[in-house]
Design a protein around this ligand. Sequence first.
Ligand code: SF4
Ligand code: SF4
Length: 64
Amino acid sequence: MDRKIPVLFKEKKECCGCTACYAICSQMAISMIEDEEGFEYPQIDEKKCIKCYQCLKVCPFKET
Ligand code: SF4
Ligand code: SF4
């Protein structure tokens, strides 16, 4: 079964822009991109991502 590229957030309210995912990614696959209001949100480069899901593990919004 193929793993999918992780979805860090579906809506912007599910991301506080803490950059933890950006910091943890060993592949430098995540960039923080400013939106029209000047808030930075992570964006995954699908070509660099190895689907290790470390970014999901570290995200404070995805603790289970
Ligand atoms: S799954 Fe791994 S490689 Fe892909 S963006 Fe997250 S931390 Fe980076
Ligand atoms: S770790 Fe979660 S809350 Fe923090 S920037 Fe990444 S997606 Fe947003």
